[in-house]
Each structure stands twice: as structure tokens, then as C-alpha cells.
Design a protein around this ligand. Sequence first.
Ligand SMILES: [Zn+2]
Ligand SMILES: [Zn+2]
Length: 392
Amino acid sequence: MVDGRWSMVAGGYNKARAFVYSRLLFNNHRPSTIMFDTILLYHERYDGRGFSPLSDSWRRYRLGLDLFDELGLLERVRRVRPAEATETELETAHSPAFVRSVRERVAAGEGRFDRSTPIYPGLYERALVAVGATLTGARMIGGGEALHAFNPGGGLHHAARERASGFCIFNDVVVAVRALQREFGLRRIAIVDGDGHHGDGTQQELYGESVLYVSLHRYDGRFYPATGTATELGEGAGYGYTANVPLPRRCGDAPYLYALRTLVAPLLRAYRPEFIIMQYGVDGHYQDPMVRLALTTAAYRETARLLHALSHELCAGRLLVTGGGGYKPEAAVRCWAILLATLAGENPTPDHPLYGRLFDSEPAPEDPAAMDEVRPYVTLLRERLLGLGAAT
Ligand SMILES: [Zn+2]
Ligand SMILES: [Zn+2]
């Protein structure tokens, strides 16, 4: 993919090129009607009850908005109130019978979709704006109205064609992929899923297609949803377009960042996406009660920085970011603010006068042996998918 001469200096060259491209975009190719590069999608229904039974987590959206405001970020991004997704739009990722059954079960008002996803009045309308927000972001970026968008209420990656589960009703990411394919004719869409859980619904729906799906998640054969092994690589025309990095409990930042830099980044460069979707679930944070990956804000900062840089390097900045997991509101919104500042062109670091307070001040309880578990999976995937050897 890179010719011999250039590959000699690929690291430095790519950085310089990304910078030049981003300057060109900002100065010459931006329609004059655009005021902001980055959109924050927010609907007032986010202030109400969420899909998970962890009621403490429902306040994370309002807490996030207040934090963005305090940091001055709402003046740096354009806030957009999304429209509800229509049933026709939902049916690009789900069967009509499933959509109808969700609507009818919510109207009946009780029960649960799975063990941990309860039905409550208003859930259907809440699900429509979660999907509508991701769709709005995809269309605004696809149509050139923005470079980046963040929907904290999206990333509902466990929802499958005929199934609502794991706090996910409808799969907004797949609906967005369908819109990008059908309305904008995109052929190379990459999804990077950094949530602590495997995105089984997203993977399942796209498994036979050349949409790149890369996921880093906790896996031990039992941890929910108990899918996402390194040997799941896609099927048929989709073979080689799925990559899963299983991570052990308490893995910590180092293996996560190792996989991101030595597998995710080269996969994206080889794939040459026209559009990148990042599922920025932050439930792997060490203060989060759900996943226990012992990640810190340093890992989320580097994820945001790298994906933002890659979007400019590879696809003119087209980057749509969804939320996902994150059940300790105070930790989740710090990670979100680091992301939003990065998308707005800032460089948040622990010693930054404004953004420094977003970073963790204590070490995470990580397992130093985790790197030895993760490295072979990364090597295997580099060999199978990229024809490369072990990374140093
Ligand atoms: Zn999750
Ligand atoms: Zn940017």
C-alpha cells in the first residue's frame, strides 16, 4: 500500500502529510457556511431514563453537558438537536416485525428484552432519538456540513437484526452504515469499537461485508456477550474485515494502546476508509463498575487523539463518534470531555491548565501480566490480516 521509498520514512511522512491535509481542508476546502468542524448531538430525552437498569448512570448526559459548558467546549462545537429515526430508517438494520414488536411491547409497558434490559414507558421514543442522533451525525458529515460529530447516546452495539439486548434497543451504528452506503455511495466504512464489551450485534450484521469492524474488549469466554475471539475474522466477502482483540480483566492501558497502535492504526491505513465510526464506550475505565479493564483517561485520550489524527490522514476528517458504555458518570464524562476537546482541535493533557483536571490522578489496578496475553493475539491478527510480523 505504501511504495518502498515512502515506507522508509512512513511514520514521519504520514504525520507531516496529515498536518498538511488538515490545513488544506481548513483553509481552502471548507464551505464558508460552516461555522464549526465538530457537532455535538444532544436531545433532551437524554436527560431522562436510560436503557440500563443502573439508574445512577442515567445522569451522565446532563453531567457531561454541564462539564462541556464549564470547559467552554459548547462554544467550540455546534450543538444539534437530532430528529427521531423513522421506522423505515430502523428497518435498514432490523426486520419490520422486530421494530413493530418493540413498539408494541413498550406500549404494553412491562417486561424486559433480556435479563438486564427492562421495558419502561417512553423507551421507544428514547430509542428513536438515540438512533436519530447517530444518523444525523452521519448525514451531516457525509454531506460536508461537519468533519466530526459526537453522539454520547449512541453506540448501541449489542442490538441485532431481531434482538434487543445488553442495554441496546436498535443498532444506531448499523443504521448509520446503511445511510452512508445508500445515500452517499460509500464503499469503505471502518468501525473501531473501543467499548469494554464486544459489539456482537454490529459484528453479526456486517460479518459478510467488506465494512471494517475492529473491536477491543474484555473476553474470557463468559464475560458478556461472550463473543469476539481473535479467530472471528468475517465470512464470505467479509472475510478479513473483522478483527477482535480479546483483553483480560484488569489489562490496563499498555496492552490496549499496544493493540491500538500496532493493529488498529495499520489496519485503518491498509483499508483506506472513506469514513470512520468510533464506538467510544468508556466502561473499561478503572472506576467503572461493569467491565474492570483498568483503563485510565490516558488510554481514552490516546484513543481520541489517534482516531482524530487518522481521520484527517485517511478520510478528510470524516469521523463520527458514538458513546456506548460508561456507567460511572463522573469518570465517563471526563473521558467524553477529553474526546470532545480533541475533536474541537485541542490537545488535552494531564498538565494542561484547563483540561488537566479531566485526567486520573491515581494509578489503575492493572495486571502487569496482561501484555503477555494480548501480544500473541495482536501478532496473529497482524499476520492474518496485514501479512505483517510481530510489532516491536
Ligand atoms: Zn460496554
Ligand atoms: Zn479535526
